[in-house]
Design a protein around this ligand. Structure first.
Ligand SMILES: [Zn+2]
Ligand SMILES: [Zn+2]
Length: 212
C-alpha cells in the first residue's frame, strides 16, 4: 500500500509528492522545493518518517517541478527519471528561472527515460506510466491501478487543465489525451495534480469546464 504525502512549494505553488510504503521506501515526484526552508521541510519529513528515497520522478520539466531535483540527487543520490522529450525543457529551466527571477542550479546527473506502459515498482506496489503530452512535449502521468489514484502533473486539474501556451504545448493534443488516456480510467480514480486540490476522474468528466 502506498501512502501519499503532498507539499506545496515555491511562489508558483507547485505540489510535490512523496509516495511511500510500509517498508519505508519512497518515491519523490516533482520536487518543487525552491527555498532552503522548503528543502528542509522535504528532508525533515523523510527523516522523521524514517523513509529511504528510492526514486526521483518528474512528470514534466517546467521549472516549478524541477527546482529541487538537484537537492534530491545531492541528498539521496538518485538518478532522475523522466520522458526523453522533456530533456529540452529541463535544460532550459534555469534560463526560465532567471526570467521569473527565480535562479536555481539544475540537475546534472544521469537520466533514466520513461515511456508509455512502463511499470515503476516499489516493493509490491506499481505505477503505470501514461504519456499525455499537450501541456509539454513529453508529459507523463503515474497511475496506480490497485489503489485508484494518479499523479497527473499539469495535465488535468480540479476543474481546469494545463496551460498550452508554453513552448511545445498543444491545446488540441492535451484535450485528446485527457479524453483518451485519463477519462478511460475508473471514475473513482483520485487525481493528484501539479497544482491545486485533488479531484477524481468522475468529477472532472462531469464538471470540468474545458471537457464537458
Ligand atoms: Zn507545467
Ligand atoms: Zn506546474
Amino acid at each position: 500500500m502506498l501512502k501519499i504525502k503532498s507539499f506545496v512549494f515555491s511562489p508558483i505553488q507547485e505540489n510535490t509528492y512523496i509516495l511511500y510504503n510500509e517498508h519505508k521506501d519512497c518515491i519523490i515526484i516533482d520536487p518543487g522545493c525552491y527555498f532552503p526552508a522548503e528543502k528542509d521541510e522535504l528532508a525533515a519529513f523523510i527523516t522523521q518518517s524514517g523513509l529511504t528515497p528510492r526514486m526521483l520522478l518528474n512528470t514534466h520539466c517546467h521549472l516549478d517541478h524541477v527546482f529541487g531535483n538537484k537537492f534530491v540527487t545531492d541528498t539521496y543520490g538518485l538518478a532522475l527519471q523522466l520522458h526523453e522529450k522533456e530533456l529540452a525543457l529541463l535544460k532550459y529551466a534555469p534560463a526560465s528561472g532567471l526570467m521569473y527571477d527565480m535562479p536555481f542550479d539544475n540537475y546534472q546527473g544521469e537520466y533514466i527515460f520513461l515511456k508509455e506502459g512502463d511499470r515503476i515498482t516499489l516493493g509490491d506496489d506499481e505505477l503505470q506510466v501514461i504519456e499525455a503530452p499537450g501541456h509539454s512535449p513529453g508529459h507523463i502521468c503515474f497511475y496506480c491501478a490497485a489503489q485508484n489514484f494518479m499523479i497527473s502533473g499539469d495535465v488535468l486539474f480540479n476543474r481546469s487543465i494545463g496551460r498550452t501556451d508554453l513552448p511545445g504545448g498543444s491545446h488540441q493534443t492535451l484535450l485528446k489525451n485527457i479524453r483518451e488516456k485519463l477519462f478511460v480510467l475508473p471514475d473513482k480514480t483520485v487525481v493528484y495534480s501539479g497544482h491545486g486540490l485533488e479531484t477524481t476522474i468522475g468529477d472532472e468528466k462531469e464538471y470540468n469546464p474545458f471537457l464537458v
